[in-house]
Design a protein around this ligand. Structure first.
Ligand code: ZN
Length: 466
């Protein structure tokens, strides 16, 4: 099993002087990014005008951008130090901040180019724009580049709640770092780099670490496949194929709970004078509330996903077109509040850590309309019908439990042990292969340029999945 990559986020408690240094580093990162972008833009415009000098190349990759920036910083255009040309303040910040920022720019350009060629999934990526102070996110990144026998990024140098960063020295952190230090001392955690960022009026640091795979993960309590049916009435229903094992998970729905408060603070914000100190303060309070909502949601998703992965050996998830479903305005907020996509992502990577199996059921597998007892697929099932009653065998059960049981049966269907009957679109399909093919040809796989999926089809899918 490959090494795992994980992150630890700590809150910084900098002194006034250190905060100034942090701001300076963020400014340097922004400066390098903008500087690199200007070089690229100049290069492109001279290419367009046909005035490119011989041997001159427009920097495009992170490596080329770093080289171009390093050449530029010793020129007169950068400034003057003690009568010699050079960037006057470059010694005040850690050199890696410039490099990492230019690496980010290189990635942004590569994503843009890939997206333009149509080789990248997801929404279209635009050409990078200049970063503006106060508008962009304040952050910078440092690598843990080892020099001599000491790592530059260290924990616990100055007490259990301290972090040492190059050029910044020892910073106080709010959380105890004992757990990470214990992992480090056992050789189970290697800090690769640290990202410092400001959010909601506070400074945070995210340590990206490499950790070895888990040693002998505990045996799961449930060994048979279980289906996880995500819904809006309850967050998820977990059930085995036989229905003997059942679990219902309820989401704290943090957005729904804070919506009134959010509306109030947003209303207050709109009344503040543009550009005033009070407007900035109210913006921070909105940010804090949004942050709290996100924290509550993520905490819940992490707890639930870890618990499921620890106790189950084989999990079956439905392949939901979440972004497509969110086009339905009346449901979008509730779907976003549930965090379905993050939940699936968490389960997938945690299962890899624990050596568990995650199967994704076909998008057109009729998990709600199908009867988990006999396999009969009903012609229709409205959202208001909370009970699934089979027309063929008369089995009556909760629709979510039925859907989860159907999902749990998916691996058996794919293995060909059960002949599959009908998919959600009404077509005949035998097992996973045909279903996969039908998915390929289905109009819903809307890349850019392909026809938009009919609204009715999206709604049909929502009704089918909930
Ligand atoms: Zn039935």
């Amino acid at each position: 099993m490959a090494a795992r990559h994980t992150t630890f986020t700590l809150t910084l408690r900098p002194t006034a002087e250190q905060e100034m240094m942090l701001n300076r580093h963020c400014g340097a990162a922004r400066f390098a990014y903008n500087c690199g972008l200007r070089m690229v833009k100049d290069g492109l415009s001279s290419q367009k005008a046909g005035t490119v000098a011989e041997g001159e190349k427009t920097p495009w990759t992170g490596f080329d951008l770093i080289n171009a920036f390093n050449r530029w910083k010793h020129t007169e255009a950068a400034g003057c130090v003690d009568g010699k040309p050079g960037l006057p303040w470059q010694g005040e910040v850690c050199a890696q901040v410039f490099e990492e920022s230019l690496v980010d720019l290189g990635r942004a350009l590569a994503s843009f180019a890939k997206s333009k060629r149509g080789e990248r999934r997801g929404p279209r990526i635009r050409f990078p724009v200049l970063k503006k102070k106060g508008r962009c996110r304040d952050s910078f990144r440092m690598r843990n580049k080892r020099r001599g026998h000491k790592n530059p990024i260290r924990l616990g140098d100055d007490g259990p709640r301290s972090l040492t960063l190059p050029k910044l020295g020892s910073l106080r952190v709010a959380q105890c770092t004992r757990r990470i230090r214990r992992m480090q001392s056992k050789g189970r955690c290697l800090i690769l780099f640290a990202t410092v960022f400001a959010s909601r009026g506070r400074w945070h640091v995210r340590l990206n670490c490499e950790t070895p795979p888990r040693i002998a993960p505990e045996a799961p309590a449930v060994t048979e496949p279980v289906g996880i049916d995500r819904g809006l009435c309850s967050f998820a229903v977990v059930a085995s194929a036989s229905g003997q094992h059942q679990q219902t998970l309820c989401s704290p729905r943090p957005l729904a709970g804070n919506l009134r408060r959010l509306r109030r603070v947003s209303r207050r914000h709109s009344r503040k004078k543009d550009g005033s100190r009070n407007r900035r303060k109210s913006a921070i309070s909105i940010g804090k509330l949004h942050g709290r909502i996100r924290d509550v949601r993520h905490d819940f998703l992490h707890r639930v996903s870890t618990d499921l992965v620890k106790t189950h050996d084989h999990l079956v998830l439905e392949d939901l077109n979440t972004s497509g479903m969110m086009r339905n305005r009346s449901l979008a907020r509730h779907i976003a509040d549930s965090g379905w996509a993050t939940f699936a992502k968490n389960i997938t990577y945690k299962a890899m850590w624990w050596g568990r199996t995650v199967t994704s059921a076909d998008r057109f597998y009729p998990s709600s309309k199908r009867c988990s007892a006999c396999g009969h697929v009903a012609a229709s099932l409205s959202l208001s019908q909370r009970q699934h009653v089979c027309e063929l065998c008369g089995a009556r059960q909760d629709r979510d439990v039925n859907a989860a049981r159907n999902l749990a049966q998916w691996p058996t269907i794919v293995a060909g042990k059960h002949p599959e009957t009908q998919n959600a679109c009404g077509g005949r399909s035998a097992g996973g292969i045909d279903s996969a093919r039908s998915r390929e040809t289905a109009p819903c796989e809307a890349g850019r340029g392909s026809p938009q999926r009919p609204r009715r089809a999206v709604l049909a899918e929502i009704v089918n999945t909930l």
